[in-house]
Design a protein around this ligand. Structure first.
Ligand SMILES: [Zn+2]
Length: 307
């Protein structure tokens, strides 16, 4: 089988991985996104990296396809990036078609949370199950639901916007216009904001996690509150769709059990015991490789499509 490339297109960085037929990443590239330069410029920059990876292949092995996990919202059917509030430079562009034409290769494109979920489902923490919910907690919070091996998109393609599930109607206002969303407790910027409110110190979300690991009481409280909110969201999701495997990824998941133990405890209080007893909450086992491997999997699916 030929090789494919999985691409994690992020707001500030683009990570590319050349994936062999054993689903191993055998070569990598990482560049800045510079979305402000526009979608054509980003396509060109990606194409240069794809060519560089392709050049590492032995002549008898070709590059068959490319998969991209992109910041949402995306239209996975047409391959368009929609209105990306934080990345206006590449918003509203037919990104998949542009990249496919530039590379003369089949290109698959989906939401980055869904790509990461597929990576974990096929190769990581969810590989022994049939269904899984992946929650990514970073600058923003999103989810992807896989039921019996298939991603659920919903009728309007909005399934998995779980970062904006209300976990407290009296909670903090959210940038989405609602209040008390999961994201207002758990995202990196939310950790930073709650830590600053309690300590008077301005630090990043990653620093809050680091301080919690070092035993800082305020940081531990902020992560515990984030974990409790996450547990409420997991309880509601588990009660709604009765999926038992939850995998938590994204930069905030690096806090590990400091976050997840509070979630495991809290979900018991907001769901039937028969449901919560079977729910397993674990951290990503692939980390930053999840979206690359998931995008590579999407690329292979693209090759299997008729026509
Ligand atoms: Zn919200």
């Amino acid at each position: 089988m030929s090789q494919v490339i999985g691409i994690d297109l992020g707001g500030s960085k683009i990570a590319l991985g050349l994936v062999n037929s054993q689903d191993e990443i055998v070569a990598r590239r990482r560049i800045d996104t510079h979305a402000e330069a526009g979608s054509s410029a980003v396509v060109e920059r990606i194409a240069a990296e794809v060519e560089a990876l392709k050049a590492t292949l032995p002549p008898e092995e070709g590059l068959a396809a490319v998969g991209v996990g992109a910041p949402g919202p995306v239209d996975h059917i047409s391959g368009k990036l929609l209105t990306l509030v934080n990345l206006p430079g590449i918003s509203n562009s037919p990104f998949r078609r542009m990249l496919a034409e530039r590379l003369s290769l089949p290109v698959a494109l989906d939401h980055d949370a869904k790509a990461a979920a597929l990576g974990e489902f096929h190769y990581g923490a969810g590989r022994d199950g049939e269904s899984m919910i992946y929650i990514v907690i970073g600058t923003g919070v999103g989810a992807a639901i896989i039921y019996q091996g298939k991603l659920i998109y919903g009728e309007g393609n909005s399934a998995g916007e779980s970062g904006h599930m209300t976990v407290d109607p009296k909670g903090h206002p959210c940038h989405c216009g609602s209040r008390g969303c999961l994201e207002t407790y758990t995202s990196g910027p939310a950790l930073a904001k709650h830590y600053a409110a309690a300590s008077g110190q301005t630090v990043t979300g990653a620093e809050v996690s680091k301080r919690a690991m070092a035993g800082d009481e305020i940081a531990l409280d902020v992560l515990a509150a984030a974990g409790r909110a996450l547990g409420i969201a997991i309880a509601s999701l588990a009660m709604t769709v009765n999926i038992e495997r939850f995998v938590i990824g994204g930069s905030v998941a690096q806090a590990g059990d400091l976050l997840l133990d509070a979630a495991r405890e809290s979900l018991k209080h907001y769901s039937f015991k028969a449901v919560s007893a079977k729910v397993k909450v674990s951290a990503t086992s692939l980390g930053e490789d999840a979206p690359i491997l998931g995008a590579a999997w999407l690329a292979r699916q693209k090759l299997a499509e008729p026509g």
